[in-house]
Design a protein around this ligand. Structure first.
Ligand SMILES: [Ca+2]
Length: 631
């Protein structure tokens, strides 16, 4: 039912895929903040080496033939990257300044190393900026990143632990540069419309994590081009945003929020109250009683809300239900679904959920307040049913919960097993019973991880999953938001959490769209895209002399001549097409132009519109017009 471009147009589409901004490595400049980056003398200083004694790691760091080389013997590498470090102290960093980093690296065996900057004390300022795949041949790695924190004494580190052999570095440059050019974005969608072109159907969002946001302009261009909401992946978690008691650190979130505002992207607050990624000062202080915990909870909600007022959505409580012994005093008693034992539940009592929502409402009178959890998507699932009871009970008692967040993390196993593929009917049924409660459902953290190795069959299962879940959300009157948990396999949370899995997201590790992305845009193509001045403006071409007026302008597409006979061009659909009988109108993306045609306009006008995307739009629109005409 969805439009497909003729094969001959695919090369044009592919040619228009976004291309990464590419900086060319240059020799050390006068601005290089690194005094010794070429190692032409005997000294490695001011660089220093560190090996973790607890991990029994040992490193020899010395200049070898004009390069700085780290040598680690068998059994002395530690197990983790941070067990062996090459560092540089007192690198002066200026806030809101871009820096270019460059290094030539090789190793006796191919391996990954990590580049990090850090300020030391506050935990989340230790950014892993980039992972470098070093090979036996020296190669130069270059990237640019936006530093958002002022520090005259920052550290630059290479984390090289976990591997034996020799690693050599040379020609290290770290210098302030002008902001990189943001690559122009053209959606790779074969329908001509990005995922975000259908906000009146379902709003699409993605989680964005700070390190890739600061280092990868192409990533940001895709997010801005395809999504209308973002959720901060980590920066608002309590350990990061309140790293010491009463000490709040809003820097990372403010950077994301400012960027979102600049791009007219909504911001989903995540989360106020969660037991995971809670700060050590809170977890370790077992003396905190109910009164002290409530004071901390209220202060946290109040201060974070005040720093980010008026967010449209807030995850208030995250993952409060778990399988627990039916007799709390007897761990071996039969398991039931109940309140997860956490610092919040155990120290405050089960009413911490009610109290958190009430406080969040006081601080955020206009926000949609969500309860967010995983494995709660399918009616009939014991946990899903328990969470439904929880929400229903809260509604009955007037607790201000507006929506439930279905995290929606699913998977296919290495063997192709489907135990991690949901029953879509059960999700529909669950959404329906929430609708009866007057509770909205948001898909909040969707991904579909694939058991290694990746193959076509698994990729197709993934595409089918994303498309079907989107369709379920579209079909449910109370599901209007669909957020994926991360843009791409390049910055995925999956491999570190589930080492046997990867490939969970809509874009691959080179930021190219996957079948899953195209499957979702095809689902959307059966619906009217938004009207409104998102991109270019619908052109006058669509004014059908006898019948329809074109127009409509989302993402620069032409309007729709919708009526079968009359071809009244609407602003409601961003596809350039004439009335069904009249055939193809125009539609140019992304630069605007080409309006939809009315009956009398027909193919000539349509094909005057620019480029292959116009034709793609025309196909999309034609199918849509036919559907409408039939209806
Ligand atoms: Ca050298």
């Amino acid at each position: 039912m969805n439009p497909r471009l003729p094969k001959s147009f695919l090369p044009y589409v592919l040619r228009l895929l976004p291309i990464a901004a590419c900086t060319v490595a240059t020799p050390a400049s006068a601005q290089n903040l690194i005094s010794n980056g070429t190692f032409e003398g005997e000294e490695i200083g001011p660089w220093w080496g560190h090996a973790d004694e607890g991990a029994e790691a040992v490193q020899t760091l010395e200049v070898v033939e004009g390069r700085m080389c780290s040598t680690v013997a068998e059994g002395e590498a530690g197990t983790d990257p941070w067990h062996v470090i090459i560092g540089l102290s007192e690198v002066p960093l200026v806030a809101n300044q871009h820096y270019r980093f460059s290094v030539s690296a090789s190793a006796t065996t191919a391996r990954e190393i990590r580049v990090k900057t850090g300020l030391g004390d506050a935990p989340y300022t230790d950014y892993i900026l980039q992972r470098l795949n070093v090979t036996t041949e020296p190669q130069t790695f270059t990237f640019t990143y936006l530093n958002i924190r002022e520090d005259a004494e920052a550290q630059l580190q290479f984390q090289v632990g976990g591997h034996v052999g020799q690693l050599c570095l040379d020609d290290i440059v770290f210098e302030p540069v002008d902001p990189p050019e943001v690559p122009a974005y053209v959606t790779p969608s074969m329908t001509g419309h990005p995922l975000k072109a259908y906000t009146s159907v379902v709003k699409m969002g993605t989680a964005v994590d700070t390190p890739i946001f600061l280092t990868n302009p192409q990533h940001n261009a895709i997010v801005a081009g395809e999504f209308s909401m973002i959720t901060p992946a980590n920066s608002m978690k309590m350990a990061n945003i309140q790293p010491a008691k009463g000490v709040y650190d809003f820097t990372d979130t403010q950077a994301l929020k400012a960027w979102a505002d600049e791009h007219n992207i909504e911001f989903h607050g995540h989360p106020f109250i969660w037991h995971t990624q809670a700060p050590n000062w809170l977890v370790d202080d077992t003396e905190l009683d109910r009164e002290a915990m409530l004071e901390i909870m209220y202060d946290h909600i109040d201060k974070v809300s005040a720093a980010f007022p008026g967010l449209p959505y807030w995850d208030v409580v995250n993952e409060a239900i778990d399988q627990v012994p039916s007799d709390p005093a007897d761990p071996s008693s039969p398991k039931v679904w109940g309140y997860r034992p956490t610092i919040w539940h155990d120290r405050i009592g089960p009413d911490f959920i009610d109290l958190a929502f009430q406080r969040a409402r006081m601080a955020n009178p206009t926000s949609k307040l969500l309860y967010n959890d995983y494995n709660i998507e399918q009616k009939g699932n014991a946990k899903a049913d328990r969470v439904y009871e929880l929400i229903a009970d809260m509604k009955t008692r007037g607790i201000p919960v507006d929506a439930v967040g279905f995290q929606s993390h699913y998977y296919v196993t290495a063997e192709g097993g489907t135990s991690g593929v949901p029953n879509m009917q059960a999700i529909k049924d669950n959404m329906a019973r929430y609708a009866e409660l007057g509770v909205e459902v948001h898909i909040t953290e969707c991904d579909f991880r694939i058991g290694k190795p990746l193959d076509d069959a698994k990729a197709q299962m993934q595409a089918k999953f994303y498309a079907e879940l989107l369709q379920v959300c579209i079909d449910a009157p109370n599901c209007s938001h669909f957020t994926v948990w991360g843009l791409s396999d390049l910055d995925s949370w999956v491999p570190s959490t589930f080492p046997e899995y990867d490939f969970a997201h809509l874009f691959d590790s080179e930021l190219k769209p996957k079948s899953a992305y195209h499957a979702m845009t095809q689902v959307f193509s059966a619906y009217p895209a938004d009207s409104g001045p998102v991109g270019g403006t619908g052109g006058a071409d669509g004014a059908g002399a006898a019948s329809g007026a074109g127009g409509g302008d989302v993402v620069g597409a032409g309007g729709l001549g919708a009526g079968a006979e009359t071809g009244a061009g609407g602003g409601d659909v961003g596809a350039g097409v004439g009335g069904a009988d009249a055939g193809v109108g125009g539609g140019a993306a992304p630069s605007g132009g080409g309006g939809g045609g009315g009956c009398s306009v027909g193919p000539k006008t349509g094909f005057r519109a620019v480029g292959p995307f116009a034709l793609g739009l025309a196909f999309a629109g034609l199918v849509w017009a036919r559907r409408r005409a039939r209806a």
